[in-house]
Design a protein around this ligand. Structure first.
Ligand code: PGA
Length: 240
């Protein structure tokens, strides 16, 4: 039985004051036993977030981690540091990391291994560009990202399928296309893997997505920054 997961990726948003207000609102959200809920704030507010969420049932995630252990790596944050502020999940391979910060599958692979070896749960993001999809290459690209990012990895990760053209654009992938890719990923990895969809998930499309057999949850950007919307996402109608 794969537990559903709704994960909010705050990206580079919310100052400490804004985060505290958001966290107070999140603490009001009724949580269901059937859904695991996670937020991934910026590094700057992880500690504050942990303190506020620790008794709530909402899990804490980071948006990145260094592939190095410690030392002279200016600007980087290590696994040990994330552990010390209560982080449980790490999002890796997000398309924004891949495209703006040149993270290749090889770098993502090193980070995945480092995080898993340090007992974190990993949400590995994969997804094709619009050009890939239009050229019929979506499945090949996603397969290559998965195989290279998980090369030599024998522990389970959560995979987030995020078509790049659907992220932050309001252009959600159709539920059928999302399901088709999530099913494809499942055939590559195995039945027990949790596979999320991400890309313009909002209160009006969540229940349709969650009805799909191979979609085990959502990775949410924009809608995770509005407490009212995030509350609706977390409490989508669970189909019995
Ligand atoms: P979005 O972002 O929900 O704003 O499209 C999703 C993501 O980048 O994880």
């Amino acid at each position: 039985m794969r537990k559903k997961l709704i994960a909010g990726n705050w990206k580079m948003n919310l100052t400490k004051q804004e985060a505290v207000t958001m966290l107070k609102n999140l603490l009001e959200i009724p949580l269901s036993e059937e859904v695991e809920v996670l937020i991934a704030p910026s590094f700057a507010v992880l500690d504050t977030s942990y303190e506020m969420l620790k008794d709530s049932g909402i899990k804490l995630g980071a948006q990145n981690v260094s592939e190095y252990d410690k030392g002279a790596y200016t600007g980087e944050v290590s696994c040990e540091m994330l552990k010390s502020v209560g982080v449980e999940y790490i999002i890796l391979g997000h398309s924004e990391r891949r495209s703006y910060f040149n993270e290749t599958n090889k770098v993502v692979n090193a980070k995945v291994k480092k995080a898993l070896n340090n007992d974190f749960k990993v949400i590995l993001c994969v997804g094709e560009t619009l050009e890939d999809r239009e050229n019929g290459r979506a499945f090949d690209v996603v397969k290559e990202q998965l195989l290279e990012s998980l090369d030599g990895v024998n522990m389970q990760v959560v995979v987030a399928y995020e078509p790049i053209w659907a992220i932050g654009t309001g252009n959600t992938c159709s539920t059928e296309d999302a399901e088709e890719m999530c099913k494809f990923i499942r055939t590559l990895l195995g039945d027990d893997y949790r596979i999320l969809y991400g890309g313009s998930v909002n209160p009006s499309n969540i229940s349709e997505l969650m009805k799909m057999e191979d979609i085990d949850g959502a990775l949410v950007g924009g809608s995770s920054l509005k407490a009212v919307d995030f509350s609706k996402l977390v409490n989508y109608e669970v189909e019995k």
